[in-house]
Write a protein that binds this ligand. Structure first.
Ligand SMILES: *Cc1c(COP(=O)(O)O)cnc(C)c1O
Length: 437
């Protein structure tokens, strides 16, 4: 074999701590505010919907946070995940660039989301929670939490954005297989869902609406807490196992990345791959270009304002300082359900404001073209969300060819697309549009 393609870590090299970028930001992150008083929210306010231990973690700015053994034992089912070099994609593009990808699709749910679902279920169990309520877009988060709840013996109820519930029945079946209850959102089981349906019986739903329903469910059911799969600081924290492993694996490959790319919906997989590298950028003066990629039709970080906004449509969450399209924004029904969110993680928004990262966007046809080329060269069929990252990687690699310059590019292949094949069907049969009707 000519070139080494796959870089794996021993189980004993798995990270023992999560990395907290809050400790290293050159300016502090603006705190979440109470919508009524406009004062910073107190831990007591947040414990209405989150357990105290996770609230403490949300507000913690220690640089390193120990990963509990119980969590590491579950991570060990699929972590450390592999890092691969995409030499066949490089050849197809005739580029001097070296392209590496961290593959998170090997988890039970097929994406990076179990990296936070497992610790969230664990901390809830520890705090005495009996039942977790949540929302899901494409179903990736709902299935990850369903799995994690089953592992720690918690009940799980999921409000799934209706358009995905209809387009992606297999994810619903995965959740049910892991024992969760799944409602299409807007649903008939909450006041807010019924209100939305009264206004528009054909409402496709959105993550903002589903979050409102899950929070309403939480406050109305004793023993229930709410769980969020992206956006919040503790979620970004849990995902940093990805970037920490990637740093060690790039060392094994004997290269350092010039460019690091991830797709962004709420920002968590991007945070996972990039925050440990951003830490090196701040502390060790490393000169990485770090690029967040989002859909052109839901462009929170490239076109949204940086301001305080609600995380949900019903205005039940605290105000978060983030890039936002406005909490009433109704994203079009693109196939990347996981990227249909009006806002961006405050930590990712802050990194953008401080000039530590860049952002770009791509339309739907372009990202499926990229995903199909990746599948035809590297084999793995990517989820539509990371196809955004792949489109940006291809653009960089083509630039390298045109400029006759080698660069090392690393991206996060945050999930596989084996349950997204209907979207590929739409693309391959020529019926896909940049924005669905
Ligand atoms: C949920 C999801 C996303 C979007 O969420 P982030 O928090 O931005 O990572 C992206 N890709 C996949 C595969 C997902 O499941």
């Amino acid at each position: 074999m000519s070139e080494r393609l796959r870089f794996t870590l021993a189980d004993t090299d798995a990270p023992r701590q999560w990395y907290n970028l809050l400790a290293d930001f050159p300016e502090p992150l603006p705190p979440p505010l109470h919508p009524g008083t406009k004062e910073p929210v107190t831990p007591e306010m947040m414990t209405a919907i989150f357990p105290e231990n996770l609230v403490a973690q949300e507000m913690c700015s220690d640089r390193w946070v120990d990963i509990p053994d119980e969590v590491r034992d579950i991570y060990a089912l699929w972590r450390p995940t592999p890092l691969l070099r995409a030499v066949r994609l490089e050849k197809a593009l005739q580029t001097p660039a070296h392209i590496y990808y961290k593959y998170e699709g090997v988890s039970p749910a097929g994406s990076h989301k179990p990296n936070t679902a497992v610790p969230q279920a664990y901390y809830n169990k520890l705090a005495g929670t009996k039942r977790l309520a949540t929302e899901t877009g494409a179903g990736q988060w709902g299935s990850s939490l369903a799995f994690a709840c089953k592992v720690f013996g918690l009940e799980c109820v999921v409000y799934m954005v209706k358009v995905s519930f209809q387009q992606k029945p297999y994810r619903k079946l995965m959740m049910q297989t892991w024992g969760a209850t799944v409602h299409p959102s807007p649903s008939e089981v909450t006041d807010f869902g019924r209100k939305m349906l009264a206004e528009d019986p054909h409402c496709n739903g959105s993550l903002g609406i589903a979050i409102s329903e899950a929070i309403e469910d939480t406050v109305k059911h004793p023993g229930t807490k709410y769980s969020l799969g992206s956006v919040l600081n503790h979620v970004c924290l849990h995902q940093t196992v990805i970037g920490q492993e990637a740093i060690k694996q790039m060392e094994l490959a004997g290269e350092a990345p010039d460019v690091i790319v991830g797709c962004v919906g709420g920002g968590s997989n991007f945070a996972g791959i990039s925050f440990p590298f951003i830490g090196q950028k701040i502390k060790a003066g490393k000169n990485y270009r770090i690029i967040a990629v989002e859909p052109e039709s839901c462009p929170s970080i490239t076109k949204g304002d940086l301001r305080y906004d609600f995380g949900d449509t019903a205005e039940m969450t605290p105000l978060l300082m983030m890039h936002t399209l406005g909490h009433k924004f109704m994203p079009p029904s693109i196939h990347s359900g996981g990227l249909r969110y009006h806002g961006m993680a405050p930590m990712v928004s802050h990194a953008r404001k401080l000039g530590l990262i860049e952002a770009t966007s791509f339309p739907q046809l372009k990202i499926f073209e990229a995903g199909v080329l990746f599948a035809r060269t590297e084999g793995i069929v990517p989820a539509p969300e990371p196809c955004h990252a792949i489109a940006a990687v291809i653009e960089e690699a083509v630039k390298c060819r045109e400029e006759g310059r080698k660069k090392v590019i690393l991206f996060n292949l945050c999930g596989h697309g084996m349950l997204d094949l209907p979207a590929y069907d739409t693309y391959l049969s020529g019926k896909m549009k940049d924005v669905e009707d």
